[in-house]
Design a binder for this molecule. Structure first.
Ligand code: SAM
Length: 233
């Protein structure tokens, strides 16, 4: 999992002040430089709307370098999970009290039933579910590790917004409300696996909650992304 981890290596090197080359995202001929400082080491962005949905114990899924976990753990118990061992090390070093190596798409392997009152995945990593059936499975697993009154805040790129077609790695889908993003990371010649993100609209998220205990309670749009709050029915 952590072999060929150019992303984790670059973020860790950046944290240590040892990064001398860019972290690149590549999609065929197109290349984008990853804004490591801005995207992972900025402050927790003050979004009162998001924070109002969250209570402890909180699970921060795909916590990166821990910028949100560091904020929430001052307020209530917060557990951060990451797939990159290097990022888990970075988070611990930055003061994250409970950072663990765990896969957000295998939550039942890592956590007991009813463990969390709320969950948070900001950074569009939910798209890495890859397909709508996997999103549905993810929501069902999420329901098991959370309390009956739980809430969840998720985000993703919004294929229902025209501007999203310009997002890096964007691939359209003929079906309304669906698209993909595809790219891989490269750092110091280390080429990561291809990342396939399923992009889905808020309406598609609503469809995916059918048959799970979740309902979409509220949603908000940015320029090319949405944030949604889910609660149990
Ligand atoms: C765009 S970053 C967002 C980081 C952080 N939430 C933030 O906003 O600063 C997405 C993160 O999700 C992590 N990630 C990707 N797949 C994951 C998985 N299956 N389980 C846990 N974390 C994952 C990546 O390693 C990466 O750090």
């Amino acid at each position: 999992m952590t072999d060929h981890d150019p992303f984790g290596r670059a973020v860790r090197d950046h944290y240590r002040g040892e990064r001398t080359t860019p972290l690149l995202d590549r999609d065929g001929e197109r290349t984008r430089e990853h804004a490591v400082e801005k995207w992972y080491f900025g402050d927790h962005d003050e979004d009162a709307w998001r924070d109002a949905w969250l209570e402890g114990p909180l699970l921060d899924m795909g916590a990166g370098a821990g910028r949100d976990t560091l904020y929430y753990q001052e307020r209530f118990e917060t557990v951060a999970i990451e797939v990159s061992e290097r990022l888990v090390d970075v988070m611990r070093d930055r003061g994250v009290e409970d950072a663990r190596l765990a896969d957000m798409f295998s939550l039942r392997e890592s956590f007991d039933r009813d463990r969390f009152r709320s969950v948070h995945a900001i950074g569009t990593q939910v798209g890495l579910a890859g397909s709508m059936s996997s999103v549905r499975e993810f929501l069902a697993d999420l329901a098991v590790v959370t309390t009956p009154d739980a809430t969840a805040v998720l985000d993703n790129y919004a294929p229902e917004l025209a501007a999203t077609a310009d997002a890096f790695g964007y691939r359209e889908d003929a079906a309304p409300g669906l698209a993909y993003r595809v790219y891989h990371c490269e750092y110091e010649g280390d080429v990561g696996r291809t990342l396939l993100f399923r992009l889905f609209s808020v309406d598609r998220l609503r469809e995916a909650t059918v048959g799970t205990p979740w309902t979409v309670a509220a949603a908000r749009y940015g320029d090319v992304q949405w944030r949604a709050a889910l609660e149990k029915r």
